[in-house]
Design a protein. Structure first.
Length: 149
């Protein structure tokens, strides 16, 4: 099933991302694929979601959400990068013309992940990449990762 997660507002109106989830109980859901836009969450995490789409992670699955964006498109990047991500136990969760969303186990290590994405950026200078669930809105390491740092 799909669930709308609130991203914030755009032009004074709520903005949402539709994500694949499985219901657990009541307003609690498990995310099946790392989102492309919603921050703070990755595949496997359990969320509580209110009627307006605001969400709170209540249980972490131990995965990192990593996104790559490229204004010129990701067609030339996707195959090679996805093969490398799969070799370390990750997977491609979503793709649009200009973006890729991956889920990678935290146990791989952020150094290894960072090296893979830095190489992809070096080979495709217009590409940008980011973690979707590592830093908070102030740029600080999220609480759930502080013991892993």
């Amino acid at each position: 099933m799909h669930l709308l997660l609130r991203l914030g507002e755009r032009d004074g109106k709520p903005d949402y991302e539709s994500v694949h989830v499985e219901p657990i109980a009541g307003n609690r859901f498990r995310v099946l694929y790392s989102p492309g836009f919603a921050y703070g969450v990755a595949a496997g995490d359990e969320l509580e979601v209110d009627e307006e789409g605001r969400y709170r992670v209540v249980a972490r699955a131990g995965n990192l959400s990593v996104r790559l964006l490229c204004g010129s498109g990701v067609a030339d990047i996707e195959q090679s990068l996805t093969e490398q991500i799969e070799r370390i136990g990750g997977r491609l969760d979503g793709q649009v013309r200009a973006g890729l969303a991956y889920t990678i186990p935290l146990s791989v290590g952020r150094d290894v992940i960072g090296q893979l994405f830095a190489k992809a950026k070096q080979e495709n200078p217009s590409a940008l990449w980011e973690y979707g669930n590592v830093y908070d809105e102030d740029g600080k390491l999220m609480e759930w990762l502080r013991s892993e740092a």
